[in-house]
Design a binder for this molecule. Structure first.
Ligand SMILES: C[S@@+](CC[C@H](N)C(=O)[O-])C[C@H]1O[C@@H](n2cnc3c(N)ncnc32)[C@H](O)[C@@H]1O
Length: 371
Protein backbone atom coordinates (compact mmCIF):
# COMPACT_ATOMS: atom_id res chain seq x y z
CA UNK A 1 0.00 0.00 0.00
CA UNK A 2 1.40 3.43 -0.90
CA UNK A 3 1.52 6.24 1.70
CA UNK A 4 -1.27 8.00 -0.22
CA UNK A 5 -3.49 4.92 -0.08
CA UNK A 6 -2.75 4.57 3.61
CA UNK A 7 -3.69 8.21 4.23
CA UNK A 8 -6.94 7.67 2.29
CA UNK A 9 -7.75 4.63 4.39
CA UNK A 10 -7.20 6.62 7.61
CA UNK A 11 -9.34 9.53 6.39
CA UNK A 12 -12.17 7.24 5.31
CA UNK A 13 -12.16 5.45 8.68
CA UNK A 14 -12.20 8.66 10.72
CA UNK A 15 -15.53 9.64 12.21
CA UNK A 16 -17.08 11.23 15.28
CA UNK A 17 -16.57 7.94 17.16
CA UNK A 18 -13.14 7.28 15.68
CA UNK A 19 -11.18 10.55 15.75
CA UNK A 20 -8.57 10.89 13.03
CA UNK A 21 -5.67 11.25 15.47
CA UNK A 22 -6.64 7.96 17.13
CA UNK A 23 -7.11 6.11 13.80
CA UNK A 24 -3.78 7.50 12.63
CA UNK A 25 -1.97 6.43 15.80
CA UNK A 26 -3.44 2.94 15.70
CA UNK A 27 -2.74 2.49 11.98
CA UNK A 28 0.84 3.67 12.26
CA UNK A 29 1.38 1.45 15.29
CA UNK A 30 0.27 -1.58 13.25
CA UNK A 31 2.65 -0.50 10.46
CA UNK A 32 5.72 0.11 12.55
CA UNK A 33 7.89 -0.98 9.60
CA UNK A 34 7.00 2.18 7.68
CA UNK A 35 10.00 4.47 7.15
CA UNK A 36 10.12 7.65 9.30
CA UNK A 37 9.66 9.82 6.20
CA UNK A 38 6.58 7.87 5.05
CA UNK A 39 5.16 8.01 8.58
CA UNK A 40 5.60 11.78 8.63
CA UNK A 41 4.10 12.11 5.16
CA UNK A 42 0.99 10.10 6.09
CA UNK A 43 0.43 12.17 9.26
CA UNK A 44 0.77 15.44 7.40
CA UNK A 45 -1.48 14.23 4.59
CA UNK A 46 -4.27 13.21 6.98
CA UNK A 47 -4.11 16.44 9.00
CA UNK A 48 -3.82 18.64 5.89
CA UNK A 49 -6.91 16.96 4.50
CA UNK A 50 -9.02 17.90 7.54
CA UNK A 51 -7.39 21.33 7.87
CA UNK A 52 -8.22 22.26 4.29
CA UNK A 53 -11.38 20.18 3.91
CA UNK A 54 -13.63 23.16 3.15
CA UNK A 55 -11.47 24.04 0.14
CA UNK A 56 -11.60 20.55 -1.39
CA UNK A 57 -13.92 19.66 -4.29
CA UNK A 58 -16.21 16.92 -3.02
CA UNK A 59 -16.63 15.37 -6.50
CA UNK A 60 -12.90 14.48 -6.70
CA UNK A 61 -11.74 11.01 -5.59
CA UNK A 62 -10.50 10.90 -1.98
CA UNK A 63 -6.85 10.35 -2.93
CA UNK A 64 -6.95 13.41 -5.22
CA UNK A 65 -8.51 15.48 -2.43
CA UNK A 66 -5.75 14.42 -0.06
CA UNK A 67 -3.16 15.54 -2.62
CA UNK A 68 -5.08 18.81 -3.06
CA UNK A 69 -4.99 19.30 0.72
CA UNK A 70 -1.20 18.86 0.72
CA UNK A 71 -0.87 21.38 -2.13
CA UNK A 72 -3.02 23.92 -0.25
CA UNK A 73 -0.92 23.44 2.89
CA UNK A 74 2.29 24.00 0.89
CA UNK A 75 0.84 27.11 -0.80
CA UNK A 76 -0.27 28.55 2.54
CA UNK A 77 3.16 27.88 4.08
CA UNK A 78 4.94 29.55 1.15
CA UNK A 79 2.57 32.47 0.69
CA UNK A 80 -0.02 32.98 3.45
CA UNK A 81 -1.25 36.18 1.77
CA UNK A 82 -2.49 34.13 -1.18
CA UNK A 83 -5.49 33.38 1.08
CA UNK A 84 -7.74 36.27 2.03
CA UNK A 85 -8.80 36.87 5.63
CA UNK A 86 -12.44 36.47 4.61
CA UNK A 87 -12.02 33.06 3.06
CA UNK A 88 -9.93 31.85 5.99
CA UNK A 89 -12.43 33.02 8.61
CA UNK A 90 -15.29 31.52 6.58
CA UNK A 91 -13.74 28.11 5.88
CA UNK A 92 -11.43 27.33 8.77
CA UNK A 93 -14.05 26.62 11.43
CA UNK A 94 -17.59 25.27 11.64
CA UNK A 95 -20.46 27.79 11.42
CA UNK A 96 -21.54 27.38 15.03
CA UNK A 97 -18.14 28.42 16.40
CA UNK A 98 -18.56 32.16 15.70
CA UNK A 99 -21.29 32.46 18.34
CA UNK A 100 -19.09 30.77 20.96
CA UNK A 101 -15.63 32.25 20.51
CA UNK A 102 -14.06 35.32 18.93
CA UNK A 103 -12.85 34.26 15.49
CA UNK A 104 -10.32 36.70 14.13
CA UNK A 105 -8.30 36.40 10.90
CA UNK A 106 -5.21 35.93 13.08
CA UNK A 107 -6.77 32.96 14.85
CA UNK A 108 -7.94 31.41 11.57
CA UNK A 109 -4.43 31.81 10.15
CA UNK A 110 -2.88 30.25 13.26
CA UNK A 111 -5.23 27.25 12.96
CA UNK A 112 -4.23 26.72 9.31
CA UNK A 113 -0.51 26.63 10.04
CA UNK A 114 1.21 23.31 10.64
CA UNK A 115 1.60 23.06 14.42
CA UNK A 116 4.94 23.42 16.15
CA UNK A 117 6.41 20.61 18.20
CA UNK A 118 7.41 21.69 21.71
CA UNK A 119 9.69 19.97 24.18
CA UNK A 120 10.10 20.52 27.90
CA UNK A 121 13.44 19.57 29.31
CA UNK A 122 14.06 18.61 32.90
CA UNK A 123 16.01 21.63 34.16
CA UNK A 124 19.23 19.71 34.77
CA UNK A 125 19.28 18.46 31.14
CA UNK A 126 18.37 21.69 29.36
CA UNK A 127 21.89 22.56 28.33
CA UNK A 128 22.64 19.04 27.13
CA UNK A 129 19.41 18.94 25.12
CA UNK A 130 20.16 22.24 23.41
CA UNK A 131 23.70 21.09 22.55
CA UNK A 132 22.95 17.51 21.55
CA UNK A 133 19.70 17.60 19.59
CA UNK A 134 19.82 19.20 16.20
CA UNK A 135 16.99 21.50 15.09
CA UNK A 136 15.99 22.77 18.54
CA UNK A 137 15.49 26.43 19.34
CA UNK A 138 15.03 27.92 22.79
CA UNK A 139 11.37 28.70 23.55
CA UNK A 140 9.74 31.58 25.40
CA UNK A 141 10.65 30.38 28.90
CA UNK A 142 13.30 28.21 30.59
CA UNK A 143 13.31 24.51 29.65
CA UNK A 144 10.91 25.03 26.68
CA UNK A 145 12.30 24.18 23.25
CA UNK A 146 10.82 24.16 19.79
CA UNK A 147 11.78 21.19 17.65
CA UNK A 148 11.77 21.52 13.88
CA UNK A 149 13.66 18.34 12.95
CA UNK A 150 12.29 15.14 11.45
CA UNK A 151 13.69 12.57 13.89
CA UNK A 152 11.30 10.28 15.73
CA UNK A 153 11.90 11.73 19.19
CA UNK A 154 10.29 8.76 20.93
CA UNK A 155 13.38 6.82 19.83
CA UNK A 156 15.82 9.46 21.05
CA UNK A 157 18.04 8.21 23.90
CA UNK A 158 17.51 11.42 25.87
CA UNK A 159 13.75 11.02 25.61
CA UNK A 160 13.97 7.37 26.62
CA UNK A 161 16.10 8.34 29.61
CA UNK A 162 13.42 10.82 30.68
CA UNK A 163 15.50 13.94 30.06
CA UNK A 164 12.70 15.70 28.22
CA UNK A 165 8.98 15.44 27.46
CA UNK A 166 6.98 16.39 24.41
CA UNK A 167 4.59 19.00 25.76
CA UNK A 168 2.80 21.87 24.09
CA UNK A 169 4.11 25.29 25.08
CA UNK A 170 0.70 26.50 26.32
CA UNK A 171 0.52 23.45 28.62
CA UNK A 172 3.97 24.35 29.89
CA UNK A 173 2.63 27.83 30.65
CA UNK A 174 0.02 26.26 32.95
CA UNK A 175 2.72 24.62 35.08
CA UNK A 176 4.62 27.92 35.25
CA UNK A 177 1.49 29.70 36.44
CA UNK A 178 0.94 27.07 39.15
CA UNK A 179 4.56 27.76 40.21
CA UNK A 180 4.45 25.20 43.04
CA UNK A 181 6.92 25.96 45.78
CA UNK A 182 9.23 23.48 47.34
CA UNK A 183 7.54 21.92 50.38
CA UNK A 184 3.98 22.53 49.14
CA UNK A 185 1.49 19.71 48.62
CA UNK A 186 -0.49 19.87 45.37
CA UNK A 187 -3.43 18.05 43.83
CA UNK A 188 -3.43 17.64 40.05
CA UNK A 189 -7.09 16.67 39.97
CA UNK A 190 -7.50 15.77 36.28
CA UNK A 191 -3.99 14.50 35.81
CA UNK A 192 -4.69 12.29 32.79
CA UNK A 193 -1.43 10.86 31.49
CA UNK A 194 0.52 13.21 33.72
CA UNK A 195 1.83 15.91 31.38
CA UNK A 196 1.36 18.58 34.02
CA UNK A 197 2.06 16.35 37.03
CA UNK A 198 5.56 15.78 35.68
CA UNK A 199 6.02 19.47 35.10
CA UNK A 200 4.86 20.37 38.62
CA UNK A 201 7.23 17.75 39.98
CA UNK A 202 10.16 19.18 38.01
CA UNK A 203 9.32 22.70 39.20
CA UNK A 204 9.36 21.43 42.79
CA UNK A 205 12.76 19.88 42.26
CA UNK A 206 11.25 16.40 42.65
CA UNK A 207 10.53 17.09 46.34
CA UNK A 208 7.33 17.34 48.39
CA UNK A 209 4.18 15.63 47.07
CA UNK A 210 1.65 15.82 44.24
CA UNK A 211 -1.58 13.86 44.37
CA UNK A 212 -2.40 12.96 40.76
CA UNK A 213 -5.94 11.77 40.14
CA UNK A 214 -8.07 10.89 37.17
CA UNK A 215 -11.19 8.86 36.55
CA UNK A 216 -9.53 6.87 33.75
CA UNK A 217 -7.33 4.08 35.15
CA UNK A 218 -5.56 3.54 31.83
CA UNK A 219 -4.49 7.18 31.84
CA UNK A 220 -3.04 6.80 35.33
CA UNK A 221 -1.15 3.71 34.12
CA UNK A 222 0.42 5.85 31.39
CA UNK A 223 1.20 8.49 34.02
CA UNK A 224 3.04 5.92 36.13
CA UNK A 225 5.07 4.77 33.10
CA UNK A 226 5.97 8.32 32.15
CA UNK A 227 6.83 9.21 35.75
CA UNK A 228 9.14 6.18 35.92
CA UNK A 229 10.94 7.30 32.78
CA UNK A 230 11.20 10.90 34.04
CA UNK A 231 12.53 9.74 37.45
CA UNK A 232 9.59 11.50 39.07
CA UNK A 233 8.83 9.88 42.41
CA UNK A 234 7.09 12.59 44.47
CA UNK A 235 3.57 11.78 43.31
CA UNK A 236 0.71 9.54 44.36
CA UNK A 237 -1.60 8.37 41.56
CA UNK A 238 -5.17 7.76 42.71
CA UNK A 239 -8.55 7.21 41.15
CA UNK A 240 -11.04 10.07 41.46
CA UNK A 241 -14.30 10.09 39.55
CA UNK A 242 -14.89 13.83 39.82
CA UNK A 243 -17.47 13.47 42.60
CA UNK A 244 -17.80 15.53 45.77
CA UNK A 245 -15.74 12.86 47.57
CA UNK A 246 -12.06 13.81 47.11
CA UNK A 247 -9.50 10.99 47.06
CA UNK A 248 -7.99 12.16 50.37
CA UNK A 249 -8.76 14.35 53.38
CA UNK A 250 -5.49 16.21 52.80
CA UNK A 251 -5.84 19.99 52.59
CA UNK A 252 -3.68 21.25 49.74
CA UNK A 253 -1.49 24.28 49.17
CA UNK A 254 -2.43 24.21 45.53
CA UNK A 255 -4.93 22.48 43.24
CA UNK A 256 -4.69 22.33 39.48
CA UNK A 257 -7.94 21.52 37.71
CA UNK A 258 -6.92 20.88 34.11
CA UNK A 259 -10.49 20.07 33.24
CA UNK A 260 -11.97 18.00 30.44
CA UNK A 261 -13.06 20.45 27.72
CA UNK A 262 -14.18 20.77 24.12
CA UNK A 263 -10.57 21.30 23.02
CA UNK A 264 -11.29 24.21 20.64
CA UNK A 265 -7.80 25.48 21.39
CA UNK A 266 -6.31 22.34 19.82
CA UNK A 267 -8.09 22.76 16.50
CA UNK A 268 -4.81 23.73 14.85
CA UNK A 269 -3.05 20.56 15.96
CA UNK A 270 -6.07 18.32 15.58
CA UNK A 271 -8.18 19.68 12.71
CA UNK A 272 -10.55 16.70 12.47
CA UNK A 273 -12.14 17.71 15.77
CA UNK A 274 -13.32 20.99 14.18
CA UNK A 275 -15.84 18.91 12.26
CA UNK A 276 -16.89 16.56 15.05
CA UNK A 277 -17.20 18.87 18.10
CA UNK A 278 -20.71 20.26 18.67
CA UNK A 279 -22.39 23.10 20.57
CA UNK A 280 -23.84 20.46 22.83
CA UNK A 281 -20.32 19.33 23.77
CA UNK A 282 -19.44 22.88 24.79
CA UNK A 283 -22.55 23.24 26.95
CA UNK A 284 -22.25 19.83 28.59
CA UNK A 285 -18.57 20.31 29.32
CA UNK A 286 -19.13 23.75 30.87
CA UNK A 287 -21.57 22.12 33.31
CA UNK A 288 -19.00 19.40 34.15
CA UNK A 289 -16.27 22.02 34.66
CA UNK A 290 -18.43 23.99 37.11
CA UNK A 291 -19.17 20.80 39.03
CA UNK A 292 -15.52 19.75 39.15
CA UNK A 293 -14.45 23.18 40.41
CA UNK A 294 -17.03 22.99 43.19
CA UNK A 295 -15.93 19.48 44.07
CA UNK A 296 -12.23 20.28 44.42
CA UNK A 297 -12.58 23.71 46.07
CA UNK A 298 -13.03 22.53 49.67
CA UNK A 299 -9.79 20.55 49.58
CA UNK A 300 -7.70 23.73 49.70
CA UNK A 301 -6.07 25.12 52.82
CA UNK A 302 -6.82 28.75 53.67
CA UNK A 303 -4.41 30.74 51.51
CA UNK A 304 -4.17 27.86 49.01
CA UNK A 305 -4.25 28.47 45.23
CA UNK A 306 -6.79 27.03 42.82
CA UNK A 307 -5.78 27.03 39.16
CA UNK A 308 -8.40 26.27 36.50
CA UNK A 309 -7.08 25.46 33.01
CA UNK A 310 -8.79 24.35 29.80
CA UNK A 311 -7.36 23.98 26.29
CA UNK A 312 -10.44 25.56 24.81
CA UNK A 313 -11.58 29.03 23.81
CA UNK A 314 -15.38 28.92 24.06
CA UNK A 315 -16.90 31.69 26.20
CA UNK A 316 -18.98 29.17 28.15
CA UNK A 317 -16.01 27.04 29.26
CA UNK A 318 -13.59 29.92 29.90
CA UNK A 319 -14.84 33.21 31.34
CA UNK A 320 -18.32 31.70 31.73
CA UNK A 321 -17.08 29.07 34.18
CA UNK A 322 -14.59 31.42 35.88
CA UNK A 323 -17.18 34.19 36.44
CA UNK A 324 -19.65 31.66 37.75
CA UNK A 325 -17.15 30.30 40.31
CA UNK A 326 -16.16 33.80 41.45
CA UNK A 327 -19.85 34.64 42.03
CA UNK A 328 -20.66 31.32 43.64
CA UNK A 329 -17.79 31.14 46.12
CA UNK A 330 -17.43 34.15 48.39
CA UNK A 331 -14.78 32.17 50.31
CA UNK A 332 -12.40 32.60 47.34
CA UNK A 333 -10.70 35.70 45.96
CA UNK A 334 -9.66 35.92 42.33
CA UNK A 335 -5.89 35.71 41.98
CA UNK A 336 -4.08 37.67 39.26
CA UNK A 337 -1.52 35.68 37.27
CA UNK A 338 1.37 36.75 35.07
CA UNK A 339 1.27 35.62 31.45
CA UNK A 340 4.52 33.63 31.06
CA UNK A 341 4.69 34.73 27.41
CA UNK A 342 4.42 38.42 28.41
CA UNK A 343 6.06 38.61 31.85
CA UNK A 344 6.26 42.42 31.77
CA UNK A 345 2.52 42.89 31.33
CA UNK A 346 0.29 43.46 34.38
CA UNK A 347 -1.13 40.24 35.91
CA UNK A 348 -4.71 39.29 35.00
CA UNK A 349 -7.33 37.15 36.75
CA UNK A 350 -8.42 35.44 33.52
CA UNK A 351 -5.78 34.63 30.95
CA UNK A 352 -6.52 33.62 27.34
CA UNK A 353 -3.50 32.24 25.50
CA UNK A 354 -4.18 32.54 21.78
CA UNK A 355 -2.43 30.21 19.30
CA UNK A 356 -1.43 33.19 17.13
CA UNK A 357 0.49 34.68 20.09
CA UNK A 358 2.12 31.54 21.44
CA UNK A 359 2.56 29.13 18.48
CA UNK A 360 0.95 26.57 20.76
CA UNK A 361 -2.55 25.40 21.58
CA UNK A 362 -5.21 27.87 22.70
CA UNK A 363 -5.55 27.79 26.49
CA UNK A 364 -7.48 29.56 29.22
CA UNK A 365 -6.34 29.90 32.83
CA UNK A 366 -8.08 31.44 35.84
CA UNK A 367 -6.89 31.40 39.44
CA UNK A 368 -8.26 32.00 42.94
CA UNK A 369 -7.00 32.08 46.49
CA UNK A 370 -8.92 30.40 49.31
CA UNK A 371 -9.69 32.90 52.07
C1 LIG B 1 -7.41 17.91 29.79
S1 LIG B 1 -7.31 16.25 30.25
C2 LIG B 1 -5.98 16.25 31.37
C3 LIG B 1 -4.63 16.38 30.76
C4 LIG B 1 -3.50 16.26 31.76
N1 LIG B 1 -3.65 17.15 32.88
C5 LIG B 1 -2.13 16.49 31.12
O1 LIG B 1 -1.57 17.58 31.28
O2 LIG B 1 -1.64 15.57 30.47
C6 LIG B 1 -8.68 16.04 31.28
C7 LIG B 1 -8.72 14.76 32.08
O3 LIG B 1 -9.91 14.78 32.86
C8 LIG B 1 -10.36 13.45 33.02
N2 LIG B 1 -11.79 13.53 33.31
C9 LIG B 1 -12.81 13.67 32.45
N3 LIG B 1 -13.97 13.74 33.09
C10 LIG B 1 -13.69 13.64 34.40
C11 LIG B 1 -14.48 13.64 35.56
N4 LIG B 1 -15.80 13.79 35.52
N5 LIG B 1 -13.85 13.49 36.72
C12 LIG B 1 -12.51 13.36 36.79
N6 LIG B 1 -11.69 13.37 35.70
C13 LIG B 1 -12.29 13.51 34.53
C14 LIG B 1 -10.05 12.78 31.71
O4 LIG B 1 -9.87 11.39 31.90
C15 LIG B 1 -8.77 13.47 31.28
O5 LIG B 1 -7.66 12.73 31.62
Amino acid sequence: MTPLQLAARIVSRSSIDNPADMVLRQTLFRRRGLSPSDTTWVSRAVFSYFRWERWLASDRPLESRIEDGMRLAARFAADPKAFSNDELVRNTLPEWAAAHMPITPELARAFQREPQLWLRSRPEFSEELANRLRDVQAGPFPDAYQYSGREDLFLDRGFQAGQFEIQDVASQAVGRICAPRNGEVWWDACAGEGGKTLHLSALMGGKSLIWASDRAGWRLDRLRQRAGRAKCFNYRAVHWDGSEHPPTKTRFDGILLDAPCSGLGTWGRNPHSRWTTTVQDVEELAAIQRQLLQNVADSLKPGGRLIYAVCTLSHAETSGVADWFTQERSDFDTLAVVNPFQPDEPPVTQLHLWPQDTAGNGMFIAAWKKL
